[in-house]
Design a protein around this ligand. Structure first.
Ligand code: NAP
Length: 305
């Protein structure tokens, strides 16, 4: 990798935390967070008008921008704040990165697609079905206009290996369903392709070392599951029962619409010789075997209520 100092925004979040740990093997990393403390993270509100001047005063030659409001339900209900952080800030950061000739990876999402004709390639038309996707698509356009050489890395639903600093919402969701009193209705309609966060970090490290990576790059995992399929997969690897789970296709009236199947085709990453993300069947057994303490602690909290 030719970068010396990499600024990672959202380093107190699931992806930024994994990226910080991975990129530190090859470069200095300046991790930025906001409301939550992660180890050695510098606190900066990127939505603050003065934030860019602060960043401009720091020494860095690469930027991986992960910070965002990533909950579709939150974005639906807080549109102004969501548009500012998710769409306006990335374009400004891209301008800053271009001016100093720094490499940039902007993290985007499979939710820019409508989910009706998977798998999606990088140049397929975008048509988000929820406001989160709208903001992320606006960001892609703003980043590309400000800095055409920037990488726009589209990723799917993330899970990680939980540790003392970081949980894993996708794993937690499955475990809570498995531990809830039956019957538990779980969505069996919307397909997701759970992506191990450390696989994304490998891809980002690879892309930071390439001169020809500019533009959109897809990073998606090959195994698709619904929420129900995911919970059953987790149960299977834990040797737990999942008979209490009941398939449903009903969407909560309060939640934002999700694309039905926004699988990302990874042909460009493959053609570049990049590391391809693994399916959850190849990763989950090891992750679950390594997080027994976290599972027991979560179980204690859930059953104490
Ligand atoms: N998670 C997924 O399944 C998924 C799927 C597709 C794409 N993505 C994209 O991947 C990226 C990373 O997602 P993630 O799952 O790591 O999200 P996350 O765990 O929710 O973390 C979000 C990060 O953004 C930071 N942040 C929020 N408001 C901020 C502000 N005003 N100023 C500075 N930082 C702020 C948070 O800092 P504090 O917590 O310290 O406030 C946190 O570090 C996002 O761009 C998201 O859209 C995620």
């Amino acid at each position: 990798m030719r970068c010396q100092t990499i600024l990672v925004t959202g380093a107190s979040g699931l992806l930024g935390y994994a990226l910080t740990n991975r990129l530190r093997r090859e470069a200095d990393v300046l991790p930025l967070g906001f409301r939550h403390a992660a180890p050695e993270t510098r606190i900066l509100d990127l939505a603050d008008p003065g934030a860019l001047a602060v960043l401009d005063d720091l020494r860095w030659d690469a930027l991986v921008h992960c910070a965002a409001f990533r909950s579709p339900d939150y974005c639906e209900q807080h549109r102004e704040a969501a548009r500012h952080l998710n769409a306006i800030v990335p374009a400004r950061l891209a301008e800053l990165a271009r001016r100093r000739g720094a490499r940039m990876i902007h993290v985007s999402t499979d939710y820019v697609f409508p989910g009706t004709q998977p798998p999606y390639r990088e140049d397929d038309p975008c048509r988000p079905v929820n406001y989160y996707g709208v903001t992320k698509r606006e960001a892609e356009c703003g980043v590309a206009a400000a800095y055409p050489e920037a990488v726009i890395l589209r990723i799917g639903a993330l899970y990680g290996a939980p540790d003392v600093h970081m949980g894993s919402p996708l794993l937690e969701e499955a475990l809570r369903a498995l531990w809830a009193p039956p019957p538990v209705e779980v969505d069996d309609r919307v397909m997701r392709y759970p992506l191990f966060v450390e696989d994304v970090a490998e891809v980002a490290a690879f892309l930071l070392g390439r001169d020809d990576a500019g533009g959109v790059v897809h990073c998606g995992a090959p195994l698709g599951v619904t929420r129900l399929g995911w919970a059953r997969l987790v149960a299977g690897y834990l040797g737990a029962g999942s008979d209490g789970l009941v398939p449903t296709a009903n969407r909560s009236a309060l939640s934002a619409l999700r694309p039905l199947n926004s699988q990302l085709a990874v042909d460009r990453l493959r053609a570049m010789g990049g590391p391809l993300p693994r399916g959850a069947d190849g990763v989950l057994p090891g992750v679950l075997a390594g997080c027994g303490d976290w599972i027991r602690s979560l179980h204690g909290k859930v059953t104490a209520k």
